[in-house]
Design a protein around this ligand. Structure first.
Ligand code: AHG
Ligand code: MN
Ligand code: MN
Length: 338
């Protein structure tokens, strides 16, 4: 790319030429990107942050009963503080907050709703492995008189923007506003995100899968069948060898799939059968599923398209199978044969 295109310019052009994004949504995305930049700075400092070090646990639990790391809380605060005053949002929801955060009265209220997983891959923070922030943007329902949790309960196919920022060897923001997937890497000297890839496309076939194999004994039959067939390699029914990767941060596993294809699964399993899965529908599965679909891939819970699931509650969990189209279709078809 001869001329560098910043995220700001990309968004302005999307607004001007494609008519995809109204100015309030453009502002929102700029603010989210700014917050991610600031989280990236803190991540980079690591233990050198002194009193503000991001390493270690915070000594508290979130609504899902998970131990919160310091960075989970710091990232959550950064995103709230950055977004509450701009006038573009009505409310926010986060993995780290029990209920929704309504924009305080002292600020104007906008028409958008922002959901986020402020810090994905928490178990990677202290070991210097890739982590990220995932976000999803919805619109307030028309003629709504005051925001409440019910306004957030919209299917993923209603998202108006979705993306993530990965804090890895590079900090890269990946975004869709419904017109394909674009990637922007943070240029630390310039302080801005620069377009590195437009129209990201996932190959339909793959020989790479991502699943936490230690849960194998708890899996359901269709998932077990699929992985068994992959593991059988060249001599098995698939007639080819497969490779395995598991970063333990959905952001990093999805990023790899957007870069070179693959399939990612965090399926329902028998450990806690009453839970639909581990990952959260509204701020993990939905934004990632939309990105994957926008790049030509597919995302299901084994039975239906994730983006068509009507959420019943904010922190709802879901079984996730996403990535290269032909592989996701195959696992989904195994579920149908049950
Ligand atoms: P979070 O850190 O936001 O709680 O999410 C972690 C999720 C997801 O990113 C990852 O794919 C998965 O948990 C890892 O789970 P295991 O620890 O079972 O490997
Ligand atoms: Mn997460
Ligand atoms: Mn998280």
């Amino acid at each position: 790319m001869s001329q560098k295109i910043s995220l700001t310019r990309y968004l302005v052009e999307q607004q001007r030429m494609e008519g995809h994004i109204p100015s309030q949504l453009r502002l929102l995305l700029e603010v989210v990107a700014r917050a991610c930049k600031s989280i990236s700075q803190a991540v980079n400092k690591g233990a050198l942050g002194g009193e503000n070090s991001i390493m270690g646990t915070a000594g508290s639990e979130n609504v899902q009963g998970e131990v919160q790391k310091k960075l989970d809380i710091i990232a959550n605060e950064v995103l709230i503080e950055a977004n509450e005053w701009g006038g573009h949002l009505a409310a926010m929801a986060s993995e780290e907050m029990d209920s929704i955060y309504v924009v305080p009265n002292r600020y104007p209220q906008g028409e958008y709703l922002l959901l986020f997983d402020p810090l994905d891959g928490s178990s990677n923070i202290d070991i210097n492995v890739s982590i990220g922030t995932i976000f999803s943007v919805l619109k307030m329902p028309e003629d709504d008189r005051g925001v409440d949790e019910g306004d957030f309960l919209q299917a993923g196919n209603k998202q108006v923007a979705a993306g993530y920022c990965i804090y890895g060897p590079q900090t890269t923001l990946v975004l869709t506003v419904g017109d394909g997937v674009a990637m922007f890497t943070l240029d630390r000297e310039q302080g801005s995100f620069v377009l590195i890839e437009e129209n990201v496309t996932i190959p339909e076939d793959t020989q790479e899968f991502a699943i936490n194999m230690s849960n194998m004994r708890h899996w359901d039959e269709p998932v077990k069948r699929y992985i068994d067939e992959c593991l059988a390699g060249k001599d098995g029914p698939r007639g080819k060898d497969f490779n395995m990767r598991w970063v333990a941060a959905m952001v990093a596993d999805v990023h790899r799939i957007l870069c070179r294809g693959g399939i990612f699964m965090y399926p329902w399993d028998k450990r806690e059968p009453e839970k639909a899965g581990k990952l959260r529908l509204m701020y993990e599965a939905n934004p990632m599923s939309w990105l994957i679909e926008q790049a030509g891939g597919m995302a299901t819970n084994g039975k239906q398209r994730i983006l068509d699931i009507q959420p019943g509650k904010l922190h709802e969990r879901v079984s996730v199978i996403l990535g290269s189209k032909n592989e996701v279709e195959r696992v989904t078809s195994y579920h149908a044969k049950l």
